[in-house]
Design a protein around this ligand. Structure first.
Ligand SMILES: [Fe+2]
Length: 90
């Protein structure tokens, strides 16, 4: 399956996976979840929007925008979609 972003696994063991995801301008993910896993996301550069939905019903909960240096948490009770806010790389 082709994805609109580049995903690099930096570390993985049976409990934890650390990945770096690079988004091209004007791209986004489809709504998805990560099962019973939680995730901590830190924006390394630029800014991203993060849409949150109720898991299962996909009822929207809201959108947040995060800038470089900011972190946010994804929990098992949500589905998310996110992507780049900028139109070109910084
Ligand atoms: Fe994800």
């Amino acid at each position: 399956m082709d994805y609109p972003y580049r995903r690099e696994t930096l570390y993985a063991d049976s409990d934890v996976e650390v990945v770096r995801v690079t988004w091209p301008p004007r791209t986004h993910s489809f709504a998805h979840d990560h099962g019973n896993s939680s995730g901590l996301i830190r924006v390394l550069s630029g800014s991203v929007y993060h849409d949150v939905f109720d898991k299962g019903t996909l009822t929207p909960r809201g959108r947040s925008v995060f800038q470089a240096g900011e972190c946010f948490l994804e929990t098992p009770d949500i589905s998310t979609s996110w992507g780049m806010t900028a139109t070109k790389r910084r």
